[in-house]
Write a protein that binds this ligand. Structure first.
Ligand SMILES: NC(=O)c1ccc[n+]([C@@H]2O[C@H](COP(=O)([O-])OP(=O)(O)OC[C@H]3O[C@@H](n4cnc5c(N)ncnc54)[C@H](OP(=O)(O)O)[C@@H]3O)[C@@H](O)[C@H]2O)c1
Length: 244
């Protein structure tokens, strides 16, 4: 199986890369912004089977260049997993109220959480569109569900994940016209102990926090059970559908 994991340097992405190895990937392409600086790279170093590619979703040229390298090595992709996500960094903070809205921060969240993954799908299109069994999964978040939003706040993160859900749903429809064996979805990994969630974990109950390995194992199982009829959907780590 030819598998691409975007964002495999740490967190859930690295745990997904381990799942891909265990699932018998024959060729595995892993990406990170700076691969050699990551734990993932140290633990899964380049080999005949494992290849690392540099890619930054804030830089469309780097997405195109990375996709060209990927297609060169993998003209047909069987599974593409995209995990990039930002909730809080130097540019953006989870907004508590409307007065916290900042256009640059909103744009930043959209670039990493929604635009980047779709530009990657666009650039990898030749390796996805030919008829063959294919799963494309982007990690979204339950808080991106508009139907499920009762608490408010986190405007940029919520809105960018909702945008990702819509972009993925739209691309899934187009992809099915060319590759009827494809299934393209967004997935919610649960609350997972990673850099992203650590500052907010006191808001969750300790029993509801997964390790990255636990979450990745569940997500991998869900991806294995997905069928083309479910393409365009938004699913949780236990396989249940989440309303948009
Ligand atoms: N942890 C949770 O509780 C939770 C809950 C719901 C949804 N999620 C979603 O799950 C996904 C994985 O998050 P995580 O918990 O594993 O967080 P994490 O450990 O903070 O990892 C974040 C990932 O996003 C990548 N990334 C950040 N900025 C990027 C950029 N500009 N270009 C490309 N990649 C970029 C990072 O790659 P680098 O190594 O290159 O920085 C890393 O792979 C995210 O989409 C997140 O929204 C997580």
């Amino acid at each position: 199986m030819h598998i691409v994991i975007q964002g495999a340097g740490r967190g859930i992405g690295y745990a997904m890369a381990k799942q891909a190895m265990a699932a018998g990937a024959t060729q595995l392409i892993l990406t990170a912004r700076h691969p050699a600086r990551t734990d993932g790279f140290r633990r899964l170093p380049p080999s005949d089977m494992v290849h690392w590619v540099e890619m930054d979703f804030l830089d469309p040229a780097s997405i195109q260049a990375a996709a060209a390298q990927i297609i060169d090595r993998m003209p047909i992709i069987d599974r593409l997993v995209m995990v990039a996500g930002v909730l809080q960094d130097d540019v953006t903070q989870p907004e508590k109220r409307l007065s916290d809205l900042d256009p640059n921060a909103l744009h930043h969240s959209y670039q990493v959480n929604a635009i980047g993954p779709m530009l990657l799908v666009k650039s990898l299109w030749p390796a996805l569109r030919q008829p063959h069994p294919l799963v494309v999964a982007s990690l979204s978040a339950r808080v991106g569900s508009i139907a499920d939003n009762r608490l408010g706040g986190w405007y940029g993160y919520r809105a960018s994940k909702a945008a990702l859900n819509q972009l993925s749903h739209t691309a899934a429809i187009e992809l099915a016209r060319y590759n009827p064996d494809s299934c393209m979805v967004t997935l919610h990994p649960g609350t997972v102990d990673t850099d992203l969630s650590r500052p907010f974990q006191k808001m969750a109950t300790s029993t509801s926090i997964f390790t990255a390995d636990q979450s990745a194992a569940q997500l991998w199982q869900v991806m294995g059970q997905l069928r083309p009829a479910q393409s365009g959907g938004f699913f949780a780590y236990d396989g249940s559908a989440i309303p948009f």
